[in-house]
Write a protein that binds this ligand. Structure first.
Ligand SMILES: [Zn+2]
Length: 346
């Protein structure tokens, strides 16, 4: 018991403000030729600009995938192909591989299915999945009612990485709708022909409106390192090897770094964000206590969070520039993800 134990990380929160200019990373959708930006409403009815947690998680997942592919970390076939359904798609792609689930006693199938998904894939483990079996025989001659024996369990894994909305600080954001025109050379040639033949000219240009936004945005994100490899059907570690868990932990930390350096969301082909800066706190719990969360919508969030963290024995690292955030995340890679004690596991 007295042996030297490497410092562990239970969970990490990164909270703060980013300044992004002239982007359109996330939109409501397009009606006609107008693309609407995301709008969110705060408790007091204030409308503000936002980028959804789904978009941020998507960006983080993409950077996780890139590293996992390049560093030869285990990925299921579906995640190798970056299919958003992850384990659910893998089950359809490689039916033979998943037969072991159906060979297990019925009451063990949820545990076996989650175990398999976690062990075989870093993406499924870190970013979660939902296995939602469909009635088989849909494409055949009508629906066949499945027998209890060949039934695959519906199971899910909650992501180890969580993002809230990235939300514009009221009074500190601006939005504009810009008009653009697209010209087709083919159409232009036809126009000229019509003009020569004295026909009425039909306009060849296509007009469309796109939003451009700038602001200081509050963000919150939580990384529950202790849950890496943990099968939450029976709360034992499907991935038990410390080294394997650490590799996935490092993967998630680097993906965070890249997410803040390169938030590759929507419309980056023409609205690559002008990233001006980032500031905030990284809160690190090294024992099994939850890190406190308080929104950087509050101007005094840093001081309040420092006080709360201190009372809980949670470490606080402060950053005022992206490079400092990078340094903090790099340093955190030296630690290992927390594991529930063996006594608490069966
Ligand atoms: Zn996967």
């Amino acid at each position: 018991m007295a042996e030297q134990k490497q410092e562990q990380v239970f969970e990490i929160a990164i909270v703060g403000r980013v300044t992004w200019n002239l982007h359109s990373l996330n939109n409501e959708g397009t009606i006609g030729n107008v693309t609407e930006p995301r709008t969110v409403v705060l408790w007091d009815g204030t409308k503000t600009d936002g980028v959804s947690g789904e978009m941020m998680k998507h960006i983080h997942a993409f950077w996780t995938w890139l590293q996992a592919r390049e560093n030869n970390l285990l990925l299921c076939q579906a995640c190798k192909e970056l299919k958003p359904e992850r384990a659910n798609a893998d089950r359809r792609l490689r039916q033979d591989e998943w037969q072991e689930v159906l060979r297990s006693p019925k009451n063990e199938r949820p545990k076996v299915a989650v175990n398999k998904a976690i062990v075989q894939c870093a993406m499924c483990d870190l970013h979660g999945f939902l296995i939602a079996p469909r009635t088989e025989g849909e494409e055949g001659q009508g629906r066949r009612r499945r027998s209890q024996e060949d039934k695959f369990p519906a199971v899910h894994r909650t992501s180890v990485i969580e993002f809230g909305w990235v939300v514009g600080i009221p009074q500190k954001f601006h939005r504009d709708l810009h008009l653009h025109a697209r010209h087709s050379q083919e159409e232009q040639a036809r126009e000229e022909e019509q003009a020569r033949e004295g026909e009425e000219r039909v306009t060849a240009q296509m007009l469309y409106h796109r939003p451009t936004r700038s602001g200081v945005y509050a963000f919150v994100t939580l990384f529950q390192a202790w849950r890496i490899g943990l099968n939450e059907v029976n709360y034992t570690y499907a991935l038990n090897d410390d080294n394997d868990r650490k590799k996935r932990y490092e993967l998630a930390l680097t993906a965070y770094e890249w997410t803040f350096k390169r938030p590759d969301g929507a419309m980056t082909t023409t609205r690559l964000p002008h990233i001006e800066g980032a500031e905030g706190l990284v809160l690190v719990a090294k024992t099994a206590v939850p890190v406190p969360l308080l929104s950087p919508l509050r101007d005094d969030y840093r001081q309040q969070l420092k006080d709360l963290a201190q009372r809980q024995g949670v470490e606080v690292h402060e950053f005022d520039e992206l490079v400092k955030l990078t340094e903090i995340l790099t340093k955190l890679r030296e630690l290992t993800p927390f594991k529930l004690s063996a006594a608490s596991q069966q």
